[in-house]
Design a binder for this molecule. Structure first.
Ligand code: NAP
Length: 284
């Protein structure tokens, strides 16, 4: 079997075009505030990309760049000001934060209605309750990709490899809500390869370059590779050995060009949803 490649770039471009046309039809301009603390180069690139993508979609994006020695109290005051600002519909605090700031305190301080990352405990609770509001962008992007690839999820068996709050856990909740039978695997899972081989849908979010080998993949499975790992030679690879896995899978996402582009597209989508929900326009 040779897998179909799921083209995340194309799906993300379509979603971004849909978001842009929704924004153009709104009687107001949605606003997104991104807070960056410190000088982590990777975070700076992510924030710049988010800013550009938002502007292209017609969203008023602004970045607040705070120094690396910012105190937790100062960041909390910044978040409070953004919560109170009626022109701001979405607030995103770029992670990771410097060690003097507790990420959980900052996330909990964001108005849940403006929490476009979907990390606030209230939004996490709604997701796990089966009544999702604002959902974390990367797993939401995976659900879009599965839908666009025509994968019929109901009743299937999925394995989510990784249990982070950003990817693995919300991914498992979204799949459960979609009537999938979900197993979550992690670093303490015994016989990981056998667990993976049982899956009809295999989602890898582990942060280990090419850990998932071809013989871990059941024939005909759908493989979604969330991993983004940079090798010493500069190459970007996923958590799956793509060519090997593609020999067994029915469909697979490439890295780069798979899940990655969906994350920003879903952030824009979340921003418009938050804006419409707050300002009382139909969600469309
Ligand atoms: P994370 O917070 O480091 O979580 C990794 C998860 O993998 C943990 O649950 C960990 O288990 C598990 N794990 C680690 N080593 C393992 C092993 N040898 N065997 C089995 N499980 C193992 O990472 P993350 O934030 O979820 O990100 C995962 C990957 O997705 C990374 O490559 C990241 O760059 C990528 N990512 C991509 C996007 C995107 O936009 N496409 C967004 C976010 C993340 P324990 O819980 O037991 O420690």
């Amino acid at each position: 079997m040779t897998a179909t490649l799921i083209d995340g770039k194309a799906v993300a471009l379509r979603l971004r075009a849909t978001v842009a046309s929704r924004v153009a039809a709104l009687p107001f301009q949605p606003g997104l505030a991104v807070v960056l603390v410190g000088d982590d180069p990777a975070s700076a690139v992510y924030v710049r990309n988010k800013d550009r993508a938002a502007a292209k979609a017609g969203i008023a994006a602004r970045t607040l760049h705070l120094p690396a020695d910012t105190s937790e109290a100062t960041l909390l005051a910044t978040v409070a000001a953004l919560n109170a600002d009626p022109s701001v519909d979405g607030i995103l605090v770029q992670l990771p934060l410097p060690p003097q700031i507790r990420a959980q305190s900052v996330i909990a301080a964001i108005d849940p209605a403006k929490d476009v990352d979907g990390f606030h405990p209230v939004n996490v609770g709604h997701l796990h309750d089966g009544r999702p509001t604002l959902v974390p962008c990367t797993p939401l992007g995976v659900m879009h990709l599965l839908a666009e690839a025509g994968v019929s999820l109901r009743g299937t068996r999925a394995l989510v490899l990784g249990r982070s709050a950003i990817v693995g856990k919300p991914m498992a909740a979204l799949l459960t809500n979609a009537d999938v039978t979900v197993t979550v695997a992690h670093s303490r899972t015994r016989d990981l390869a056998a667990e993976c081989r049982r899956a009809e849908v295999l989602i890898a979010a582990v942060g280990r370059p090419e850990m998932v080998r071809g013989d871990w993949v059941a024939d005909g499975a759908v493989v979604i590779d969330v991993g983004i790992n940079r090798l010493a030679d500069g190459r970007l690879v996923g958590d799956c050995a793509t060519a090997e896995c593609a020999a067994h899978a029915a469909a697979i996402t490439p890295v780069p060009g798979g899940v990655g582009p969906m994350t920003i597209a879903c952030l824009l989508d979340n921003t418009v949803r938050a804006a419409v929900a707050r300002r009382g326009q139909p969600a469309g």
